[in-house]
Design a binder for this molecule. Structure first.
Ligand code: FES
Ligand SMILES: [Fe+2]
Length: 461
């Protein structure tokens, strides 16, 4: 289990230790099953899985089913997702508040590619490969205790974070500018035809949208992020997320497929079970609903129940603050009385709430593992509020509490996908987002997006 860069003080509770232990135990048991079932699993070909995906995706919501387990467990299907979905689409890797000043950088590994997100000398955000063009060293290899960037002025925020004027490869001391150009390389004068300007760090196509940094690994996405998420942008523009700052950030290793985590993030049917003591008391599962199908995103609404609305009105009439942080300026009506869950396809998951934005950065590590970073973003004005520290403590506790409830179910679900007793299930209408995710994957298998090759599914209101 990783340590949160932002820390979470008092949330490091017995409850957290229990769930973390549970995840490790489920991972261990799952690994045993995996080894035993490997041969059987490989028997089901990628082709037959894609065929079954197409069949399931054409079912109406009322007859919808869960997908074959191999879609969540097999190496072949995961490799298909990486090559045909994730590499071709835009993938959200950072928020601009993580690299506020020129020279600030954040490292991450994306589908095995070591990357650095850096703000260059002119203030632009770039995504560079960390693989040195000389002999392939990772210029900031994780886990060795030295972060490889020589002339760094600041190394706060843990490993793989900091601020620097140059990147230094620790192997033979080649140095690179913040835009990836090779600046200096000792003793290369006898290498015939070697031209320094031809040997920079590889740069990936990158865009900043609403403050989020996106990368497109194959460089051929047909649209810009702004074009692709134009309608999503209209929905969330009131939150002005580009000007927000990450104030809570925690890392978690979870032994589950990315879809198990994302399905759980998007469906709120489980409020009645996993969150019975927390979210269900404010946003009952029964009232949650999903908008009509869009090519590039899914949006769900989680309205507060009437009693909570009354409580809010009463608290605010007395000059009090009901929410953890002050309500984001300008929010009213439904926006002030519900959470909105968003999935920008394929894996840009966030929630807008009246007082904060919760962004989950999900990095798939294989069919059975993800590295998750849970974050909370608030407006600058909230950060400058005199009572901010106290509010932050409450936010950290709340965020950890309901996240631990989720961790427990997703780790256990993933292990069951390997069990002899596993059965394919049926979906409730409250799980419409899962059905929409199936339709997205099926559309991508045809090289298109939902609603572009068939009529979009209507919304639930
Ligand atoms: S591998 Fe980087 S300088 Fe040689
Ligand atoms: Fe949940």
């Amino acid at each position: 289990m990783g340590e949160g860069a932002g820390g979470c003080g008092s949330a490091g509770s017995a409850e957290e230790a229990r769930v973390v232990r549970g995840c490790a135990e489920n991972a261990r048991l799952q690994e045993q099953r995996r080894a035993g079932l490997r041969a059987a699993r490989e028997g089901r070909t990628l082709e037959s899985l894609l065929e079954e995906l197409q069949r399931v995706a054409t079912l109406p919501l009322e007859r919808s089913e869960t997908l074959p387990r191999e879609i969540y467990t097999s190496d072949a299907f995961y490799a298909w997702e990486v090559d045909e979905v994730f590499s071709k689409e835009w993938f959200c890797v950072a928020h601009v508040s993580q690299v506020p000043a020129n020279g600030d950088f954040v490292n991450l590994d994306l589908f095995g590619d070591p990357l650095v997100v850096v703000r260059d000398k002119s203030g632009g955000v770039r995504v560079l490969s960390r693989v040195c063009p000389h002999r392939g060293m990772d210029i900031m290899p994780p886990g060795f205790g030295h972060d490889g960037h020589g002339p760094a002025e600041r190394r706060d925020g843990g490993e793989g974070r900091g601020s620097t004027r140059l990147f230094l490869c620790p192997y033979h001391s080649w140095t690179f500018e913040l835009d990836g150009r090779l600046k200096a390389c000792p003793e290369m004068q006898q290498a015939e035809g070697f031209r320094r300007d031809e040997w920079g760090l590889k740069e990936f196509r990158c865009e900043v949208w609403q403050g989020f940094v996106f990368v497109n690994l194959d460089g051929k996405a047909p649209m810009t992020v702004a074009e692709q998420y134009a309608e999503l942008g209209e929905h969330v523009s009131k939150w002005r997320i580009g000007g927000m700052e990450i104030v809570v950030e925690r890392e978690w290793d979870i032994p589950c497929n990315w879809k198990v985590l994302t399905e759980n993030f998007m469906e709120s049917y489980h409020h009645a079970g996993a969150h019975a003591k927390t979210l269900q008391t404010i946003m009952p599962a029964k009232q949650t609903w999903t908008e009509r199908e869009r090519p590039h995103f899914i949006r769900c609404h989680l309205p507060y129940k009437p009693k909570v609305r009354e409580e809010i009105a009463a608290t605010e009439a007395d000059g009090g603050q009901w929410d953890t942080f002050p309500v984001v300026a300008g929010l009213e009506g439904e926006d002030r009385h519900e959470w909105g869950l968003m999935l920008g396809h394929p894996l840009f998951t966030f929630a807008v709430t009246p007082d904060q934005v919760v962004w989950y950065r999900i990095l798939p590590l294989g069919p059975d593992a993800v590295k998750l970073t849970t974050t909370v973003l608030v407006p600058k004005a909230t950060r400058e509020h005199p009572g901010f520290d106290r509010m932050l403590e409450r936010a950290e506790q709340e965020a950890a509490a309901f996240h631990l409830e989720d961790m427990e179910v997703i780790a256990a679900v993933q292990r069951s996908l390997h069990a002899n007793g596993y059965q394919r299930g049926r979906l409730s209408h409250l799980e419409m987002p899962i059905w929409l995710m199936q339709r997205y994957l099926a559309a991508r298998a045809h090289g298109t997006w939902p609603g572009l090759d068939h009529p979009p599914a209507p919304g639930q209101r």
